[in-house]
Design a protein around this ligand. Structure first.
Ligand code: UDX
Ligand code: UDX
Length: 436
């Protein structure tokens, strides 16, 4: 099938490339001319494991191409996916900014030829697909099309695997014709027994927010329980294991840490709160999860200050990991972008390392941070070391070498990567999250 993907961010580029890998002919469009120029040369503007190989392969085999030109991309397409950004609005009120979605809809409208399904892939509030429908009908009343919703559940850092082996595919449609097109697109997954949940457009739109909000609630729950563990001298790792064995709870997303970040959970929980308020409802559980997440980052600042003897002023802090999670260069709403400025405000000096995110980090973090070649260089002359993001290469550090580099063998493990006894036996003053 001829498919067009509007937007080549994490979602658009991964989805477009995987559709090509299925055997479809995919044209990816983006307004960002530099991005498209780079992609046409096989240069991938984001770090996502395995994506470069897949883009290269499908471009070479003629199933994947990149353009800035909607007039070239849309007419032949049977399906057009909209995967442009839906960031939180600049007003700061938590609403999703849909201006890019509507701009894309207006442009698509003029180029539709023959029956086409226009599908929202970006995370959009309930009712957005209907608005896209209205815009297209206004701009091109003759157009023969249907709108649909097909939310994406991929995680950055594991995006290709999540796309190729999803737990389910959710499609929101208002016509059997549109449903048939989407079933045909995902047929390669259907052959792998991937369940396809076909429902109404509004249900599909809300499903995405509900899924992200539930995961955010789960993380905030275990972060709050972790604090309780610290005050009653319990071990949150064993606790999470024990409750996670209950199939009704499930073991995933029960890792306490410095709070959730990224391009989705923070903005989608806020957007959901706004959506429901607009309908005279509220989601108190999600509101609490958002509050707990902010408190968790503040608690990490306090934890670091305590381990430094009560004040970070004039202290040097080594930080390992800056991105919101491993295997991505994405710094959007990374906990480090809240925790480190708070420490620097009080006069702390930061020496940081991240395997992939230091380029992006310079955009998101205050000036004055010293970026280092590796973990050991970061530790040089530091009064403590903070493990912020659990990249694999920080999981088996040479503790002896670290101790020699550090001014003071203080290890603050915000991802519970190391075992407290082992660290203490190695001569470190150690603390994690949720285990004294
Ligand atoms: C996006 C949404 O932001 C998110 O809500 C949703 O869950 C998934 O899709 P992401 O892929 O991470 O997330 O977005 P981003 O990395 O910002 O990429 C969006 C792309 O769309 C950018 O490359 C931008 O240049 C492009 N774009 C934006 C267009 O091509 N046209 C536009 O009008 C606006
Ligand atoms: C998330 C959803 O998982 C995905 O389905 C959706 O499509 C987009 O949003 P992503 O933002 O890439 O994906 O990251 P995810 O792996 O979900 O992690 C989100 C944040 O939660 C990260 O900061 C991570 O460190 C944190 N987290 C995750 C925890 O603190 N504890 C956990 O147990 C799991």
């Amino acid at each position: 099938m001829n498919i067009t993907m509007i937007g080549t961010g994490y979602v658009g580029l991964v989805t477009g490339t995987c559709f090509a890998e299925f055997g479809h002919f995919v044209t990816c469009v983006d307004t960002n001319t530099e991005k498209i120029a780079a992609l046409q040369k096989g240069v991938i503007p984001i770090y996502e494991p395995g994506l470069d190989v897949l883009v290269q392969k499908n471009t070479t085999e003629g199933r994947l191409q990149f353009t800035n030109d909607m007039a070239q991309a849309v007419p032949e397409a049977e399906a057009v996916f909209i995967a442009v950004g839906t960031p939180s609005s600049r007003r700061g009120d938590g609403y999703a900014d849909l201006s890019y979605i509507f701009a894309a809809a207006r442009e698509i409208a003029g180029h539709l030829r023959g029956y086409t399904v226009v599908i929202d892939k970006s995370t959009v509030p309930v009712g957005t697909a209907r608005q896209v429908d209205r815009i297209i009908r206004e701009v091109n009343p003759q157009a023969d099309f249907d709108v649909a919703s097909n939310p994406e559940f991929l995680r950055e850092g594991a995006a290709i695997n999540d796309f190729m082996r999803p737990d389910r595919v959710v499609i929101g449609v208002a016509s059997t014709k549109a449903e048939q097109v989407l079933r045909e697109i995902y047929n390669p997954l259907y052959l792998r027994d991937t369940p396809i949940v076909s429902t109404t457009i509004e249900t599909a739109e809300l499903t995405k927010y509900a899924a992200n909000a539930f995961l955010a609630v789960k993380i905030s729950f275990i972060n709050e329980i972790a604090c309780v563990c610290e005050s009653v001298n319990a071990n949150v790792i064993d606790l999470a294991k024990a409750i996670g064995m209950d199939g009704r709870i499930g073991s995933k997303f029960l890792h306490p840490g410095p709070g959730y970040g990224g391009s989705c959970f923070p903005k989608d929980t806020l957007a959901l709160m706004r959506i429901v308020q607009e309908h005279g409802e509220n989601v108190r559980v999600v509101e609490a999860a958002v509050e707990v997440n902010a408190a968790q980052k503040a608690r990490m600042v306090k934890k670091i200050r305590e381990m430094l003897g009560g004040s970070e002023t004039g202290k040097t802090i080594a930080v390992l990991g800056l991105t919101f999670k491993p295997e991505t260069d994405d710094m959007r709403d990374a906990p480090s972008a809240t925790i480190l400025p708070a420490l620097m405000e009080k006069g702390a000096r930061i020496r940081a390392h991240d395997p992939k995110g230091m380029h992006e980090a310079r955009e998101y973090l205050p000036k004055g941070i010293e970026y280092t070649e590796n973990a050991y260089q970061a530790a040089e002359g530091a009064d403590c070391l903070v493990l912020m993001t659990e990249w694999n290469q920080y999981r088996a550090l040479d503790l002896e070498q670290l101790k020699q580099k550090l001014n003071d063998p203080v290890f603050i493990d915000l991802r519970n990567v190391y075992d407290p006894e082992t660290m203490r036996a190695a001569g470190f003053r150690y603390t994690g999250v949720g285990r004294k």
